[in-house]
Write a protein that binds this ligand. Structure first.
Ligand code: BEZ
Ligand code: FE
Length: 280
């Protein structure tokens, strides 16, 4: 046993853990203590700075509600969500890559027929999204659920504007048949700011960072026997591709958007989703 000193701080705290502590919890907590103490020592953290940080974390918690998760936003803008996602979704070449889930998914969106329109507010430039859900060998996957969601032409999700946007605006689920094909009509997505009226937005401002995300369509693709795919397709040429507030952009997720103007839609965005077998 040793009393607490600046030099022995990590060992003193970690030795206090019981030998019966769950081994994984012990591994995580001892590493957390090591890095947290190392951080304070590296920057010579002042008492005022730590008080400020406690205030910031308190306000972050107080901002959370059923509709708002400020802690996830904090994790997102620090790149931590994308790091945890990368660690947990290492995939072989050719498989579609994951990206950040974000706070605006709503479970149990209406199941729609292939080719249906998800945009219910009549705003925006219509776009046909289509492609196939396939395995690594290019074989179609039948019975895959393609769950999609996007902001509207004003840059807001339906859940951010209840009573203004129709419920389930720009959302829907599509189930593939034997050909693995999916298709739906939405709008060409637009860039938008993540919610920045809380402590995380204030922090971004102080760091000289903007809160914008480049235009994207969200996808959650699931199929029995395959790993869950949480991803987006991005609009090439968007001004925020290289400075996404939450670091979600990957080269392979930038999709073509072709101008078609065929009388029913203005744009077409083809994209195939390649799933990997679930071996967990
Ligand atoms: C989104 O793309 O919906 C999103 C992702 C992270 C933070 C906020 C929004
Ligand atoms: Fe989004």
């Amino acid at each position: 046993m040793s009393y607490f000193t600046e030099t022995t701080s990590v060992e003193t705290v970690n030795e206090r853990m019981s030998a019966e502590t769950n081994p994984r919890l012990a591994e995580i907590m001892s590493s957390l203590v090591k890095h947290l103490h190392g951080f304070a020592k590296e920057v010579n953290l002042t008492q005022d700075e730590w008080d400020f940080a406690i205030g910031f974390l308190t306000k972050t918690g107080q901002m959370c509600s059923g509709e708002r998760q400020e802690f996830i936003l904090l994790s997102d803008v620090l790149g931590f969500s994308m790091l945890v996602d990368a660690i947990n979704n290492r995939r072989p070449d050719g498989a579609t890559e994951n990206t950040v889930f974000g706070p605006f998914h709503v479970a149990d969106a209406p199941i729609r027929q292939m080719g249906d329109t998800i945009s219910l507010d009549g705003k925006g430039e219509s776009c046909l999204f289509e492609g196939r859900v396939v395995d690594l060998d290019g074989n179609p996957i039948e019975g895959a659920t393609v769950d999609v969601w996007s902001d509207n032409a004003d840059g807001y999700y339906d859940v951010q504007q209840p009573g203004i946007q129709p419920k389930w605006n720009n959302r829907g689920r599509f189930i593939t048949g034997a050909d693995g094909q999916y298709s739906f009509v939405g709008i060409k997505p637009v860039s938008y700011p993540i919610p920045d009226d809380g402590p995380v937005g204030k922090m971004l401002g102080q760091l000289g960072r903007h809160p914008y995300r480049p235009a994207h369509m969200h996808y959650l693709v699931t199929a029995p026997g395959y790993e869950k795919l949480v991803t987006h397709t991005f609009v090439g040429g968007d001004e925020y591709l290289e400075s996404d507030a939450v670091f979600g952009v990957k080269d392979t997720l930038i999709a073509p958007y072709e101008k078609v103007d065929n009388g029913s839609t203005l744009w077409r965005s083809p994209f195939d989703f390649v799933l990997v077998p679930d071996v967990k």
